[in-house]
Design a binder for this molecule. Structure first.
Ligand SMILES: NC(=O)c1ccc[n+]([C@@H]2O[C@H](COP(=O)([O-])OP(=O)(O)OC[C@H]3O[C@@H](n4cnc5c(N)ncnc54)[C@H](OP(=O)(O)O)[C@@H]3O)[C@@H](O)[C@H]2O)c1
Length: 513
């Protein structure tokens, strides 16, 4: 199993400056689940945009695998429709699309059919011969998670995972397991065929520009890191708020809930990046070691006092009347699944001792907003009259992940006029206006990193297991509590009253992003 050395983040920074320090090797991406939603909505538009920006190597090819009978032409037409519909850049450049389409082919097979893997192997060999892909493969699992083990096993049994020269990598979509036990089993199954450096577990939040920018803000500027600690920071709020409901994902969501769907992965990833120590360099494992240390330092959660769960009832969002969770399609009318969770965490280390981190996520909240807010302590002494500083709030640095990616710092300023009156104003940075280019989609970054052999922005085995351990503690705590009084927040509100009480007990308030 030849493995190319991992690229570093520095190399990627150079790449972002349009200096390609390393072009990916020619490779074949095998997409399992090629007729599905993720392929159409995210993967194929990402590949097209990479091609448009000349990041794809010549000879790059895709073999789509799914069970729907499709001719090669049908598959190409379906992918062309997807790019027309979902690409962030429009209109589609015909010549670029043509160059991508030439490398597309399709193998129809059920995922458990070993004979199908024989046909897939033959197709891969043809690609190597005709398109010079040299045995380099990305196996992308764009399927429901119950298929991950069977595909891994068949890739191993058929020899595809190991045959010939070139590197082999596997990309696994979320959810990675359902709890710690199933995540460990999945890791075990994957490792029976692929070594850890070949495994790329996707959390698409890590591909977002602002999430990477938290690292740049913290570690490329001299002014933030010295105050990024308990001495100057009062607390940190991390929010992933959605205004949408569960759409057509009722069946999945009923077995998941907000804790598994968002807290275990996105919220804990954001926490790790906000709280980690500066890594000595940006090698993938060095960065991930620091993130894992944060997860290991989380103080044991007191579920009764530090966690609030909620479920939305009917209400109004954006001027539209919307049903409650229990009225959604494929949801039990007595469902006890949480659509909201708020957690207060403490981190047991010198940097963060006694500095609370408040994490929350919910569906059908008033707006869509993901952010990390660093709330600083008030100035130790105010020489201004009480009337001058009425309504002033302490400094806050907000890293906005979506929408309107960017950052803002709230500072005090004097209101113009002959008397001394102060107000809080924003110093803002917006990606759109500063760089005048649209941010790439997270999948573009992540797919390219995988092809370059850089797993920095993917979750490592121990990271995923630590995060599940924490989610399991909360699930176990809930199991010991009386049934919650769901629904306990109307759609269009900022969540249950108990979540306000959780933070207000500490003399603080949730932000309203
Ligand atoms: N959709 C998104 O925006 C999104 C976002 C983030 C993460 N994800 C994750 O991505 C994964 C895929 O989601 P999705 O929304 O794309 O699912 P989907 O639309 O249901 O697609 C599933 C794919 O799997 C194929 N398939 C199912 N059973 C099969 C079988 N027995 N043999 C062969 N092919 C089979 C389907 O092909 P046929 O119908 O042709 O058989 C289809 O191509 C999930 O893990 C999901 O959590 C999705």
């Amino acid at each position: 199993m030849a493995q190319a050395p991992a690229a570093t983040l520095t190399q990627n920074v150079l790449r972002e400056g349009l200096i390609l320090s390393r072009t990916p090797d020619p490779a074949v991406m095998v997409i399992f689940g090629a007729s599905g939603d993720l392929t159409a909505r995210k993967l194929m538009p990402a590949l097209y945009n990479l091609a448009l920006n000349r990041y794809l190597p010549s000879g790059f090819s895709v073999i789509g695998v799914a069970d729907t009978p499709l001719s090669e032409d049908d598959f190409r037409a379906h992918m062309a429709d997807a790019v027309r519909k979902f690409s962030r850049t429009q209109p589609v450049d015909r010549a670029v699309w043509q160059s991508v389409a030439e490398g597309l082919s399709y193998v129809r097979m059920p995922f458990d059919d070993l004979d199908g893997y024989g046909r897939l192997a033959a197709e891969l060999e043809r690609m190597d011969r005709e398109r010079g892909t040299n045995g380099n493969r990305v196996f992308y699992f764009a399927t429901a998670p119950q298929f991950f083990p069977v595909i891994v096993e068949r890739l191993g049994a058929s020899g595809i995972a190991r045959t010939g020269a070139g590197w082999k990598r596997v990309v696994i979509e979320k959810p990675f397991g359902h709890d710690l036990k199933t995540a460990k089993e999945l890791n075990h199954t994957i490792h029976s065929v692929f070594a850890e450096p070949q495994v790329y577990r996707i959390d698409h939040y890590l591909g977002k520009e602002t999430v990477q920018n938290v690292l740049v803000f913290r570690f490329a500027n001299g002014i933030f890191e010295p105050i990024w600690n308990r001495r100057y920071v009062d607390h940190i709020q991390i929010t992933v708020a959605e205004d949408i409901g569960i759409e057509r994902r009722g069946k999945y969501y009923e077995s998941s809930g907000a804790l598994r769907d968002i807290f275990q992965n996105h919220l804990l990833q954001l926490l790790s990046i906000a709280a980690m120590e500066p890594p000595p360099n940006f090698d993938a494992d060095t960065v991930r070691d620091e993130k894992v240390k944060v997860l290991k330092s989380i103080h044991p959660v007191d579920v009764d006092n530090d966690v609030v769960r909620g479920q939305y009832g009917p209400g109004w969002v954006g001027g539209q009347q919307v049903p409650g969770y229990r009225q959604e399609q494929n949801v039990s009318p007595n469902s006890m699944t949480e659509t909201y969770v708020a957690v207060r965490l403490k981190i047991d280390n010198w940097r963060w001792a006694d500095t609370p981190f408040y994490l929350r996520t919910g569906k059908r909240l008033p707006s869509r907003a993901s952010e990390i807010a660093i709330q600083f302590k008030s100035a130790p002494h105010q020489p201004f009259a009480k009337t001058a500083i009425q309504g002033m709030t302490p400094n806050v640095l907000v890293m906005r992940i979506q929408p309107h990616e960017g950052a803002s710092l709230k500072i005090a300023a004097k209101i113009p006029g002959p008397v001394m009156r102060l107000r809080t104003v924003n110093m803002d940075f917006f990606y759109g206006s500063s760089f005048l280019v649209e941010s790439p989609d997270a999948y573009e970054r992540l797919v390219l990193d995988c092809m370059l052999g850089d797993p920095t922005l993917f979750a490592r085995e121990d990271e995923v297991e630590r995060a599940w351990g924490l989610a399991d503690t909360i699930e176990d705590g809930w199991a010991g509590q009386p049934a919650p009084d769901f629904p306990n927040y109307p759609a269009g509100s900022w969540g249950p009253e108990a979540a306000d009480a959780l933070i207000e007990r500490d003399g603080r308030r949730w932000r309203r992003p």
